[in-house]
Design a protein around this ligand. Structure first.
Ligand SMILES: Nc1ncnc2c1ncn2[C@@H]1O[C@H](COP(=O)(O)OP(=O)(O)OP(=O)(O)O)[C@@H](O)[C@H]1O
Ligand SMILES: [Mg+2]
Length: 355
C-alpha cells in the first residue's frame, strides 16, 4: 500500500519515475500512480516547485489531456495519481498508422496544447511515450509540467549544462538550455509528426549531445526525402513546426491546429480513431473455435453422418465470421475502406499519403 492506493503491478519506468497500476482502496478505482524516484526529499524548493507543477497539470481539463486525480507525499517521496490507460502509449504504433489515424493523433495533440497554452502551461517533454491512447482511439497528453519539475529536482544535472527531456524531441532553444515557451512544444509536436509520417525521427544516434547539436545546427532532412508520397502541403506544415528559430514557427497551437484541419480536409476525407491491428489469425485460432472444430470432426467420424458435416461446417464458418467481424480494424486501410485518394503501395507497415 502507498497511501490510499494498493499497488497492482509496475507499468513502466522512465528517466525520473516509476509508474504503477494501482487501485484506490476506498473508491475501488484503478489509477496510474507515478512515483518520482529521482526526487531529493531534502530540497524544499524542488518540493514546492513540484507541487506547483502538479497543480498546473491538474488545472487542465480537456479531452486531450490526462486527468490528474491526486498529489501526495509518502515517506518523503512525491506521487501523482492520474487516469490509467489500458492501451498504454502511442509508442508501439509509431510508423504503423494510416494517414487518417495520423491526423487524429496530431489534431488531439494540438488541441491539448492549445488548452495548455491558454493556461500558461508548457509541457517540455512531448514524445510518443507521453501520448496515451484511449479505448476509443483518441490521444491524451500525459506528464504536463512534470519535466520542468523533474529538471528542478535534478538540479545538479542542469547546473552542469545537461538538459532533462528526450533529446530526439527537444527544441533547439531547449537543447541550448535557454528558457522555453510554448514554441518548444510545437517543435516537439513537429518531431512527432515527422516520425509518424516517415517512421523515424529526423535526428537520431547513440550520443544525446550530438542529437542536441543537430537540433541546433543541422538543416532538417526534407520529409519528402524520407517519404516521397507525403502530401506537399502537409510536409510544409510539419517543416513549419520544425523551424529552428521559435519566432518562425506558427504563433500558437490553435493556429497550427486550424491549418492542420484545412490540410486534412484535402488529404483524408474521414478522420479515424487509432485502432490496434486486426487479430485475424488469432481470432480464427482461438481455443473456442478449435474446440468446436474438433467436436464436429469427432462427432462426424463417430456417427459417420454426412449431414452432420454440413451442419457442423456451416456452424463453424458462422463462428469464424463473427470472430472476424468483431475483431478490431487494421491500422492501415485501403482506399475503399477509408475513402482516401489512391496511393502507391510501399509495404504494409509504413503510413502512406496521396501524392
Ligand atoms: N497514465 C498512464 N496509463 C498507462 N500507462 C502509463 C501512464 N503513464 C505512464 N505510463 C507508461 O509508463 C511508462 C513510464 O512512464 P514515465 O512517464 O515514467 O516515463 P516516460 O514517459 O517513458 O519517460 P520520461 O522519463 O521522460 O517521463 C510509459 O512509457 C508509459 O507507457
Ligand atoms: Mg511519461
Amino acid at each position: 500500500m502507498i497511501g490510499r492506493y494498493e499497488i497492482v503491478r509496475e507499468i513502466g519506468r522512465g528517466a525520473n519515475a516509476a509508474v504503477y497500476l494501482a487501485r484506490h482502496s476506498a473508491l475501488n478505482k484503478f489509477v496510474a500512480l507515478k512515483e518520482l524516484s529521482r526526487f531529493d526529499a531534502g530540497d524544499e524548493t524542488a518540493a514546492a516547485r513540484f507541487l506547483h507543477e502538479a497543480q498546473l497539470a491538474a488545472s487542465l481539463t480537456h479531452p486531450n489531456t490526462v486527468t490528474v486525480y491526486d498529489y501526495f507525499e509518502h515517506e518523503g517521496t512525491p506521487y501523482i495519481a492520474m487516469e490509467y490507460f489500458e492501451r498504454g502509449s502511442l509508442r508501439p504504433l509509431v510508423g504503423r498508422l494510416s494517414p487518417a489515424e495520423i491526423f487524429t493523433v496530431l489534431e488531439g495533440l494540438l488541441a491539448g496544447l492549445a488548452c495548455a497554452e491558454g493556461h500558461g502551461v508548457v509541457h517540455r517533454d512531448l514524445k510518443p511515450e507521453n501520448l496515451m491512447l484511449t479505448d476509443d482511439g483518441q490521444i491524451k497528453i500525459a506528464d504536463f509540467g512534470i519535466a520542468k519539475a523533474s529538471a528542478t529536482a535534478t538540479a545538479n544535472l542542469t547546473r552542469t549544462g545537461l538538459v532533462v527531456g528526450a533529446p530526439a524531441y527537444m527544441a533547439p532553444e531547449q537543447a541550448r538550455g535557454e528558457e522555453t515557451g510554448p514554441g518548444a512544444d510545437l517543435y516537439s509536436a513537429g518531431i512527432i509528426a515527422y516520425e509518424l509520417v516517415t517512421g523515424t525521427v529526423p535526428y537520431s544516434g547513440a550520443d544525446p549531445m550530438s542529437i542536441l547539436w543537430c537540433h541546433v545546427h543541422e538543416p532538417l532532412p526534407p520529409l519528402a526525402s524520407r517519404e516521397p508520397d507525403v502530401d506537399a502541403r502537409f510536409a510544409r506544415w510539419i517543416e513549419h513546426l520544425l523551424e529552428k528559430e521559435p519566432s518562425r514557427r506558427p504563433v500558437g497551437a490553435r493556429e497550427a491546429l486550424e491549418e492542420l484541419r484545412a490540410i486534412k480536409d484535402e488529404v483524408v476525407e474521414r478522420p479515424m480513431p487509432v485502432r490496434p491491428p486486426r487479430r485475424t489469425v488469432s481470432a480464427i485460432l482461438s481455443p473456442l473455435n478449435l474446440a468446436v472444430a474438433l467436436a464436429v470432426a469427432v462427432a462426424a467420424a463417430v456417427l459417420d453422418a454426412i449431414w452432420l458435416f454440413a451442419v457442423g461446417g456451416a456452424a463453424y464458418a458462422a463462428l469464424v465470421g463473427i470472430a472476424y467481424l468483431s475483431a478490431p480494424a487494421p491500422p492501415a486501410k485501403t482506399r475503399d475502406e477509408t475513402g482516401e485518394r489512391p496511393r502507391r503501395d510501399r509495404g504494409p507497415s509504413r503510413p502512406r499519403f496521396g501524392a
